[in-house]
Write a protein that binds this ligand. Structure first.
Ligand code: HEM
Length: 111
């Protein structure tokens, strides 16, 4: 990439455009496309809200520590949202590549 400081921004835009269906090389496949995009938006929205829940559980840990040893359920409470963040994050990470495969298989006539 030639654009120095903006390359990360461009990479992010590249992914977003594909994930959100704004790119020509995106999910332009007949049938099921709408549902696929809706699902992708939901996973992204879920990931965003999970990040807030996860943050709240981490803050709760530090808050509880101010009063001594926190109860075990508070100590482990970040793990559940973190696991879901990991799974949905992997999904979001894989989407641009899935988009490329899907448009490639469409271009070659496979469906
Ligand atoms: C645990 C492993 C995690 C993985 C693998 C992961 C991965 C990702 C990926 C691939 C994206 C999409 C980036 C893009 O294409 O624009 C994303 C977005 C995001 N992640 Fe994560 N993430 C993880 C954990 C977290 C955590 C811990 C937080 C915050 C507490 C977080 C907050 C967000 C937010 C706010 C977005 C933007 C969502 C949106 O565009 O609406 N993620 N993450």
């Amino acid at each position: 990439m030639q654009d120095g400081g903006n390359s990360l921004e461009n990479l992010s835009r590249f992914w977003r455009d594909r994930i959100e269906g704004r790119s020509e090389t995106s999910f332009a496949i007949p049938g099921g496309e709408e549902a696929f995009l809706t699902w992708n938006r939901r996973v992204r929205g879920g990931h965003r809200w999970l990040s807030m829940i996860f943050t709240a559980t981490v803050v709760a840990n530090f808050g509880a520590m101010a009063f001594g040893e926190p109860p075990v359920w508070i100590v482990y409470s970040p793990l559940a949202p973190l696991l879901l963040l990991l799974l949905s994050g992997f999904y979001l990470f894989a989407l641009p590549y899935v988009a490329t495969w899907r448009s490639a298989s469409r271009a070659s006539g496979a469906d």
